[in-house]
Design a protein around this ligand. Structure first.
Ligand code: ADP
Ligand code: ZN
Length: 621
């Protein structure tokens, strides 16, 4: 029962934000959400990764009386969040299968006695009679349903246990509920409202833009070298994720990166679960590990300072792309995402859809998703605009922070080269792969060409004006736009589609993109990087460019943080985030008062770690 003698709130939200987290102000809609929930309203919060969803329930947890119950689907996530909260001096705990009986009992006791601010639980535990009884005996401030898209079957990580969470509303009708997710599509949203019975909840929908991510897609030519250049030049000491389509490729790329001297680890479902766990743990707790992985990796990875995500092969859809790239830069500092994309990928993606056994209506959706993905890869528009418009969001101006903005792509009337390419396919009998077709077009009398008499064809040598690579680009786009397809019998040959004749006869024209050469301006605006070309560029080791002295301080602060984290067995970022260390480098505070003013330095952390960090700063100034 609410106690009439208690003041309404324990502390004002703004004061909690300053005192505990050390942040000067709320971001975006946080203030409105917090106010609404503190006042007892239900809320559905749709915000992209990294926008700060956690504070939307963690602050009310410290403002309202009682314990906030957080439903979270993954043990690793719970542990991370609780570690981070305890560092802030918040009374937080989790209940899950990894705990011993005695620990469980102790936490239950603390919950009942009002000694906890936040209690994290998995959905399957929440609905047990034992736990519901505990809730009856405790004073509950709020229910927070994290990763609420897990309730939807449409989503990528459906968790049937989430369906039972509507019980909370029935058993505890006066306790407010806040559901949060980074998945915004309309179908999933409707599912969340219906299945969690959130019809009365206020909807808080944020923009899904991730302004600190730099988007880039490179035409794949020598993928390993492209990857290595990208990491060496711009991300020498950074943590990152490299996604590959297959397990075999994950193993091969991880091995190869290690041979090149990088701290790379593999992760895929074929690895022993202990190895997988150990690799994930290292990625989280060490600094600068590159995780080479299939898409099995990433769900529940909360590491805020993932500085890059590379797709060695295109993702399955734009939804998947948004989600996978979204794991970079949660901390809001600049991060880069790179996709390598080539002729073979387009052929393979198209083949996968055409040959899938899915029912017709499903196949239609698959095809539409593929068109959207290919359209994104081939676009000459701003990537961010293209991506957000796919999700129904209007981004008014080109972003200036993607490859097509940094290096505008030239297009040209490609009708003639396209006709030459299609005619080469036709005249050679629609049986040959792109390598042979390009030889024919460029007039190379290889053995294969002469043996088949292809040097006698009208198209032989009619395409000498373009290089091999330029032809590859033409063929890739012709497959992407659906003028050519892979031979359904396999064999790697290309065939004409029903769209081809109109183009061949000149009834239709086509504009093609000229892929920018490997040399490039950095999308970040500095001229630091340009893969492929030589140039003595200092590899960047901090999220932003630093002077030599500042770079040394940055490294010293990181080393100290790692030591402190190791002592306690927690990830370094729960001590201080990179953004806070960057502030220390920038401001170089000389006393506790100045240090305490930096964003991310709350009262508890100042008390605990202030002297260590001040020492290092003083040594370097
Ligand atoms: P999400 O759960 O939405 O992915 P998080 O809650 O993990 O995002 O927050 C992302 C990062 O932003 C965290 O490092 C968090 O501490 C930081 N953050 C959130 N809100 C603020 C704020 N008002 N001021 C400064 N930093 C914030
Ligand atoms: Zn752009």
């Amino acid at each position: 029962m609410p106690d009439a003698r208690l003041p309404l709130f324990r502390e004002a939200p703004q004061d909690v934000l300053r005192r505990v987290w050390g942040y000067p102000a709320f971001r975006g809609q946080q203030a409105d959400i917090v106010e609404h929930v503190c006042a007892g309203g239900d809320a559905l919060v749709l915000m992209p990764t990294g926008a700060g969803k956690s504070l939307c329930y963690q602050i009310p947890a410290l403002v309202r009386h009682g314990v906030t119950i957080v439903v979270s689907p993954l043990i690793a996530l719970m542990r991370d969040q609780v570690d981070a909260l305890r560092q802030l001096g918040v009374r937080a705990a989790y209940l899950n299968s990894t705990l011993e009986w005695r620990e469980t009992q102790e936490i239950e006791r603390a919950c009942e006695q009002g000694e906890l601010d936040l209690l994290y639980v998995a959905p399957e535990r929440l609905v047990t009679p034992r736990f519901l009884d505990l809730l009856e005996r405790s004073r509950i401030a709020l229910f927070a349903l994290d990763e609420a898209h897990c309730v939807s079957q449409w989503g990528h990580d459906f968790r049937p246990e989430y369906l039972q969470l509507s019980i909370l509303h029935e058993r505890f009708p006066i306790v407010p509920r806040i559901a949060l997710t980074a998945t915004a599509d309309a179908q999933t949203r409707a599912d969340i409202v219906n299945r969690l019975n959130l019809h009365g909840a206020k909807l808080f929908l944020s923009s899904f833009d991730r302004p600190n991510l730099t988007y880039r897609i490179l035409s794949k030519d020598a993928e390993r070298r492209q990857l290595l250049d990208f990491i060496r030049r711009d991300h020498a000491e950074d943590a990152g994720i490299v996604y590959c389509m297959s397990r075999a490729k994950v193993d091969a790329i991880a091995d190869w990166l290690r041979q090149q001297g990088l701290d790379a680890l593999p992760y895929h479902a074929g690895l022993d679960s202990q190895v997988r766990q150990a690799n994930q743990d290292r990625f989280i707790k060490a600094e600068g590990v590159v995780m080479v992985a299939t898409v099995a990796f990433g769900m529940g990875i909360d590491k805020p300072n993932v500085r890059f995500v590379v797709h060695m092969d295109p993702p399955r859809s734009l939804e998947a792309y948004y989600q996978e790239t979204g794991r970079a830069g949660r901390d809001g500092l600049p991060a880069e995402v790179l996709m390598l994309y080539g002729f073979g990928d387009v052929v393979q993606l198209r083949q996968m859809v055409e040959q899938s056994d899915s029912p017709a209506n499903y196949k239609r959706t698959e095809r539409q998703k593929l068109e959207a993905l290919l359209g994104f890869c081939e676009t000459v528009r701003c990537r961010r605009q293209t991506l957000l418009s796919y999700f129904g969001e209007d981004y008014p101006k080109p972003c200036g922070n993607c490859d097509t903005c940094a290096n505008p792509v030239e297009t040209y009337d490609g009708t003639i080269p396209a006709q030459k390419a299609l005619s080469a396919v036709y005249r050679t009998g629609q049986r040959f792969g792109v390598g042979h077709l390009i030889d024919v077009l460029r007039g190379l009398a290889t053995e294969k060409v002469t043996e088949r008499g292809h040097d006698k064809l009208k198209t032989f040598g009619c395409g000498k004006d373009l290089s091999k690579q330029e032809w590859q680009t033409v063929f890739r786009q012709l497959v992407a736009y659906g003028f050519l397809a892979a031979d359904p019998e396999g064999h790697g040959g290309l065939i004409l589609t029903d769209q081809a004749p109109a183009l061949l006869k000149g009834q239709e024209s086509v504009r093609l993109r000229k892929d920018p050469a490997a040399e490039r301006k950095s999308a970040r605006g500095s001229s630091r990087s340009g893969y492929g070309g030589g140039g003595a560029v200092r590899p960047r080791t901090a999220p932003i460019d630093l002077s030599k002295e500042d770079d040394e301080l940055w490294h010293a602060l990181k080393a100290l943080r790692l030591d402190l984290a190791r002592e306690q067995g927690v990830p370094p970022y729960v001590i201080f985030h990179d953004a806070t260390l960057m502030e220390m480098v920038r401001e170089k505070p000389h006393d506790a008062v100045a240090l305490g003013l930096l964003p991310g330095v709350g009262a508890k952390k100042l008390e605990r770690y202030g002297d260590y960090f001040l020492d290092v700063i003083l040594q370097h100034t």
